[in-house]
Ligand binder design. Structure first.
Ligand code: TRP
Length: 341
């Protein structure tokens, strides 16, 4: 396929495994939306990847809609980015089979997520080390390779935990190209990890990184009174009101600076160092900047969630655009392997 005259494609998948929280926003949603200026962005809801863990159909539906509505509410423009649901692209699943025929099982045995599941079985004394491990979990990286390659993605912005998966996608695409590349070479992707990813870490209610698995999250679109209440729960030390406070070790301060302007952030810093400002007061200020930032998106989110057909139509339009590309890539793959459409 011709590589000239096209902007580089950036692609990423978002697994719908919960209602988005502030940590998702700061760590993934906001940086990915910022990339839409530089790339042809393909962003999708990885619902079939979520099926490895989400087994309740109502939750699958709710999380999928909630994640889609969140990205749109936060400013992802579906005219500029191609925004779709993985399950709307049947070509992905066909390519996943082709890829599984070119993937060494030994390589899959070494995948982090699978190995971690085996290790957990070993630690708990399971006799069958594969107990409770589905083929979906095992094949997860192959499906992810198909997601990426079917859209000819050049770069895949991911968190560090996903680097190995993108390397597998590279490896699989290269193997395909070695076998068939003379006729039809696939685009080989590479990962990009946001260098300032650590600066995009949002502390949770207990001061550790905000994460669903720590149960310390603040829902991104909690109504204002609930948001205020949750912020009150943030852990602080017992430094008295008059005493100076160290911004560097304060998760309240870190959170504040994710949403405040640089000037506001510098101002709070100076007041903390001077002393005379209490944690309760800082929490009030944090609530003010958060609420100012989130009030608009919160309302847009509510509107999108209330309009089922409207949200479906946006995702269907995205799928249409994504499939046009996927069809072409799959047509080439079928041609290459000798199974013409
Ligand atoms: N595995 C990714 C995660 O858990 C989600 C994902 C699925 C993805 N397909 C992808 C990410 C393709 C990037 C590219 O976060």
């Amino acid at each position: 396929m011709t590589q000239t005259a096209r902007r580089p494609i950036s692609l990423t998948g978002i697994k719908p495994t919960g209602i988005p929280h502030l940590g998702n926003y700061v760590g993934a949603i906001r940086p990915a939306i910022a990339l839409v200026d530089q790339y042809d962005a393909y962003y999708f809801i990885a619902d079939y990847h979520a099926l490895t863990t989400v087994r309740d159909p109502d939750l699958m539906d709710e999380y999928t809609r909630s994640v889609a509505a969140t990205w749109l509410a936060c400013g992802l423009d579906p005219e500029r980015a191609v925004f779709y649901r993985q399950s709307d692209i049947p070509e992905t699943f066909e390519l996943a089979w082709v890829f599984s025929c070119m993937t060494a099982k030994g390589m899959m045995n070494r995948a982090h997520a699978y190995k971690a599941a085996v290790d957990r079985n070993r630690e708990t004394g399971e006799r069958d080390l594969d107990a409770g491990i589905s083929m979906g979990l095992f094949n997860y990286p192959v499906l992810m390779a198909a997601d990426i390659v079917v859209m000819e993605a050049d770069v895949v912005p991911v968190g560090r935990d996903q680097i190995q998966h993108v390397e597998y996608a590279r490896d699989i695409a290269e193997r395909f190209n070695q076998a068939y590349g003379a006729r039809h070479a696939l685009t080989v992707p590479r990962h990009v990890v946001d260098e300032s990813a650590d600066a995009h870490t949002m502390p949770g209610l207990d001061g550790r990184k905000m994460s669903k698995s720590y149960d310390n999250t603040i829902p991104l679109f909690a109504p204002a009174p609930e948001l205020k209440k949750l912020l009150k729960k943030l852990t602080t030390d017992s430094t008295p009101l008059e005493a100076p406070k160290d911004p560097e070790t304060s998760s309240l301060y870190a959170m504040y600076c994710q949403f405040a302007t640089e000037a506001q952030c510098a101002d709070l810093r100076a007041r903390m160092l001077a002393g005379g400002i209490g944690w309760g007061h800082i929490k009030d200020e944090l609530f003010q900047v958060l609420d100012a930032h989130l009030a608009g998106p919160r309302q847009r989110y509510a509107d999108l969630m209330a309009d089922r057909d409207g949200l479906d139509a946006i995702l269907a339009a995205g799928a249409e655009r994504a499939r046009a590309r996927a069809r072409e890539v799959l047509g080439n793959v079928r041609g290459a392997i000798g199974i013409e459409m």
